[in-house]
Design a protein around this ligand. Structure first.
Ligand SMILES: O=C(O)[C@@H](CO)OP(=O)(O)O
Length: 231
């Protein structure tokens, strides 16, 4: 038996500004770091053996905060990877009581990057809906096989996330390793569609909140025996 924890990164600066992000490497904002902290507390009772995340800092930073076991490490210093090195208060993780003894591998892979939003990246979602129509924007954002202009559909995203899940993540779960995956709204929607066996008609209704862990219990034959959303 193994545990798979999926968590969408905390709120980013462009989530707060309602802008299409995609592959634009925007960081968490203060709310997002607090959300990641809350996620860390919620999952602190689980042993994490291995992590997978994307190459985008909002997911990487969420992973790091999730591994602090809810101690609050690094919160006031984030963006944790861009702290001011001559900051007199900063001297690394050992400053925090939540220092983790266990070494946990973190694999960062572009297969888990958010869906590419093509020509929409950077634009405000409400403005775009005003310009081209709410239904078209909803199709771009939530349908399975409608591509945003110059971008990826959810189907395109699944074409990279599902093979990665099957070839790189599932092997750990079958070995009994507990896995944390911190990624993005749509890269995770494509994985949940696979795990929950959702149809292309059902998946447009699937929404993932920022920073809310979704926990699956998986047996040695890779069957899902339980699912819980820690909201
Ligand atoms: O802008 C994005 O990259 C995504 C996730 O934030 O937005 P949406 O939820 O609209 O697909």
């Amino acid at each position: 038996m193994a545990t798979l924890i999926l968590v969408r990164h905390g709120q980013s600066t462009w989530n707060a500004a309602n802008r299409f992000s995609g592959w634009v490497d925007v960081p968490l904002n203060h709310v997002g770091r607090q959300e990641a902290m809350q996620a860390a507390k919620k999952i602190s009772s689980y042993r994490i053996d291995v992590c997978f995340t994307s190459l985008l800092v909002r997911a990487i930073e969420t992973t790091a905060i999730c591994l602090t076991e809810g101690t609050g490490a690094c919160l006031d210093k984030s963006p944790v990877f861009k702290h001011d090195s001559d900051d007199p208060d900063w001297h690394g993780w050992d400053k925090y009581e939540g220092y983790i003894e266990q070494e946990i591998p973190i694999f960062m892979n572009p297969a888990l990057d958010e869906r590419h939003y093509g020509d929409l990246q950077g634009f405000n979602k409400a403005d775009m809906a005003e310009k081209v129509g709410k239904n078209i924007v909803h199709q771009w954002r939530r349908s399975f096989d409608t591509r945003p202009p110059g971008g990826e559909s959810l189907k395109d995203t699944a074409a990279r996330t599902i093979p990665f899940f099957q070839n790189r993540i599932l092997v750990h779960l079958k070995n009994g390793d507990n896995v944390l995956v911190s990624a993005h709204g749509n890269s995770l929607r494509s994985i949940l569609m696979h795990l929950d066996n959702l149809s292309p008609k059902e998946v447009p209704h699937l929404e993932l909140a920022t920073g809310i862990p979704i926990v699956y219990e998986i047996d040695a034959e890779a069957n899902i025996t339980n699912k819980v959303i820690l909201d």
